[in-house]
Design a protein around this ligand. Structure first.
Ligand code: ADP
Ligand code: MG
Length: 352
């Protein structure tokens, strides 16, 4: 998703360095560097079309017991928070509202529609990974040492020490989202005054008890559950651009370690996929360069383990700036996204 030029860039007479052929699936950087994706959103694309095309089908599949994940990747100022809607939204018009409030709205509407057929319990959690420490944004006083990440025997990732909140309405959950985003660590850098140096993961947990035979048959059981992770990653830029110094420099190193680990996981998974494809085509697979997927290299990849190459329908939104002064970072984001696109996840329904 390419964002429009912001006021500051227009003042500096920045030029746009991206163009969008009419197929809606290609973006061209400069004169002739072409990249193909499942969808390409140009600067005039509206929040609702991003939501309807990419995210709304995932909400639907949560009601059928599938996990889902959406994450926004890109340099600071590229539109991740705007796209995800992971900050206070009271200053926005209805059209400008981002993904998370729209998901919340659809989850409660979906639960209401199933009234009498399935009983839904909706909870949420809001975590932040900052300097390789996990914080509970809904309970900011929880000491980070009390929070740990484990893998259950069935491969599911469990975070202990955090408290999920039961919510009964859209307003309930939106208030938690807004309070949590205020607690999120932000710090100013020379690139973006409100820039976030942390990864934020908002999770909606939907549990259903099915009351009718039809719903039990459709879900093959009396209970089903699904988790929806909505991830606003920290800026992907290298730290020379942010002119980070001192404590902020330490933050940059840690941010890079999370995103670096994410890159390594993506490489390993994408490499595996290339091997599978080659074997399926009856060709000799490329040499096995990765013996394992390095999820354990960072808290971020640990938390996202079952979303990346695991049991989740996952959508990655690569956010880029159109301004020519960001060309180098835009190129690096497009390359990263092209690689991530090779991953195929294996989803199963969570039933009991
Ligand atoms: P990030 O979270 O990646 O650092 P932000 O989401 O804060 O970036 O976006 C930076 C600025 O650009 C904000 O002022 C935001 O309102 C604006 N912006 C981002 N994407 C869009 C868009 N698609 N349309 C209009 N404004 C946008
Ligand atoms: Mg942001």
């Amino acid at each position: 998703r390419a964002r429009p030029l912001v006021a500051k860039e227009r003042l500096e007479r920045a030029r746009e360095c991206l163009s969008y052929p009419p197929d809606g699936k290609t973006v061209v950087l400069g004169k002739n560097r072409r990249f193909h994706f499942d969808e390409v959103y140009h600067p005039d694309a509206e929040q609702c079309s991003v939501y309807e095309n990419l995210v709304s089908p995932l909400v639907e599949s949560c009601f059928n017991g599938y996990n889902a994940t959406v994450f926004a990747y890109g340099q600071t100022g590229s539109g991740k928070t705007y796209t995800m809607g992971s900050s206070a939204s009271n200053a926005l018009t209805e059209d400008e509202v981002g993904i998370i409030p729209r998901v919340i709205s659809d989850v409660f509407a979906g639960a209401e529609k199933l009234r009498g057929q399935s009983e839904c319990v909706v909870r949420c959690a809001f975590l932040e990974v900052h300097n390789e420490e996990v914080r509970d944004l809904l309970h900011p006083d929880t000491p980070t040492k009390g929070i740990s990440i484990r893998e259950r025997a069935d491969g599911a990732i469990v975070v202990s020490g955090i408290r999920e909140e039961r919510t009964r309405s859209y307003d309930d959950m939106l208030r938690l989202l807004e309070n949590g985003s205020v607690a999120r660590t932000t710090g100013a850098t020379s690139m973006n005054a409100g820039s976030s140096r942390s990864h934020a993961i908002f999770t909606i947990i939907l549990e259903q008890r099915h009351l009718t035979r039809e719903r039990m048959r459709a879900n093959r059981g009396a209970y089903s559950s699904a988790k929806f992770h909505l991830v606003d990653l920290a800026g992907s830029e290298r730290n020379k651009r942010t002119r980070a110094i001192g404590a902020r420099f330490k933050e940059s190193i840690n941010i890079n370690s999370g995103l670096l680990a994410l890159g390594n996981v993506i490489s390993a998974l994408a490499g595996e996929e290339q091997r599978t494809l080659a074997t399926a085509r009856g060709e000799a697979p490329p040499p096995k360069t990765h013996v394992h997927v390095p999820y354990r290299e960072s808290k971020l990849t640990r938390l996202l383990q079952d979303s990346l190459g695991g049991n989740s329908r996952t959508c990655m939104i690569a956010c880029v700036s159109t301004a020519d002064q960001n060309l180098e970072e835009t190129l690096s984001t497009l390359k990263y996204a092209a690689r991530a696109r090779n991953i195929r996840n294996k989803v199963i329904v969570n039933r009991d």
